[in-house]
Design a protein. Structure first.
Length: 295
């Protein structure tokens, strides 16, 4: 099969994607809707930031163990993955591309959600339940800006949206499909390094506001624990600074601007660690103690 090429218009970036794997384009169309357009529909205003490709492996191996290979501007940063994981590979590849190349933003590995024009960052390691919490809030009167990375404009507390699907893993897949049966989901990428993975499309509200920034008023480090009631610990500025720096992809690369941005942010916002099992309780805490309390 010959390669097809399409654009993903995902402010503040536009990606050109070439692929000979139907699974990739089918899922991209499903998940991104109008943001996914054929290359023939490229307009004069479409400046392509990155050229990506997902290709089948070549040689005899393609017949007995078909795999997908990811390239960014001609470079192959990852080992091939199983063919069925190709769309997940595109999503992870876009994450890597932005985190590895962008120096115009302070980039934090974090979910970002907004309510009443105010944003909260949710930095968290894998296994913390971050994406399940993100999916819950994004479908309960919060606006999704990102499930994976916060793009903070240096020397400000302004965060830009980078609206992409929410990456759900393992038990979270069934939970969210039961909670949000009307949402749009990708095909399942089975047996990845993260287990089974599925991507849930951002809802219409998030997509319609994909270029609307927000002001950061809080940083919350979440941890899900089925056996705990809501446990809240307010971080001091030193603790919050160190944890935020640990989750910043390009802190060292940007240097002074990054240091000053994170310092000013921590001096301005509230920062918490929370351990939880009840998602509506988390929603209430965030709204009452961070969003409304900031007025």
């Amino acid at each position: 099969m010959r390669s097809e090429k399409f654009l993903l218009r995902l402010p503040p970036f536009t990606f050109s994607v070439s692929t000979d794997i139907p699974l990739v384009k089918d899922n991209a169309r499903l998940i991104y809707g109008n943001a996914c357009v054929d290359i023939s529909q490229r307009s004069r205003d479409d400046y392509i930031d990155y050229h990506l490709s997902l290709e089948k492996n070549t040689g005899v191996r393609r017949f007995y163990k078909p795999q997908a290979r990811f390239f960014c501007d001609g470079r192959e940063p990852f080992k091939p993955l199983t063919h069925s994981q190709a769309f997940a590979m595109l999503e992870w590849g876009m994450n890597w591309t932005v985190a590895a190349h962008e120096l115009q933003y302070v980039i934090v590995h974090s979910a970002v959600l907004e309510k009443n024009g105010k944003a909260i960052l949710f930095p968290a390691p894998p296994g913390s339940g971050k994406s399940t919490l993100t999916a819950f809030l994004a479908n309960n009167n919060w606006r999704l800006l990102s499930d994976e990375m916060a793009l903070v404009i240096p020397q400000t507390s302004t965060v830009l949206p980078f609206v992409r699907p929410i990456c759900l893993k393992n038990q979270s897949i069934d939970l969210c499909q039961n909670w949000f049966a009307d949402a749009t989901y990708s095909s399942v990428a089975k047996d990845t390094h993260k287990g089974d993975v599925i991507h849930m499309a951002a809802n219409a509200h998030a997509q319609q506001n994909a270029a609307k920034p927000a002001d950061i008023v809080g940083v919350v480090f979440p941890k899900y624990d089925v056996n705990t009631e809501l446990d809240i610990y307010q971080l001091n500025m030193r603790e919050a600074f160190m944890q935020l720096v640990f989750n910043a992809f390009n802190f060292t690369a940007i240097g002074q601007d990054s240091f000053e941005t994170v310092t000013a942010l921590i001096e301005k916002v509230k920062a918490f660690e929370i351990c939880y099992s009840n998602l509506p309780e988390v929603d209430a805490f965030l709204t009452e103690e961070i969003i409304c309390c900031d007025d």
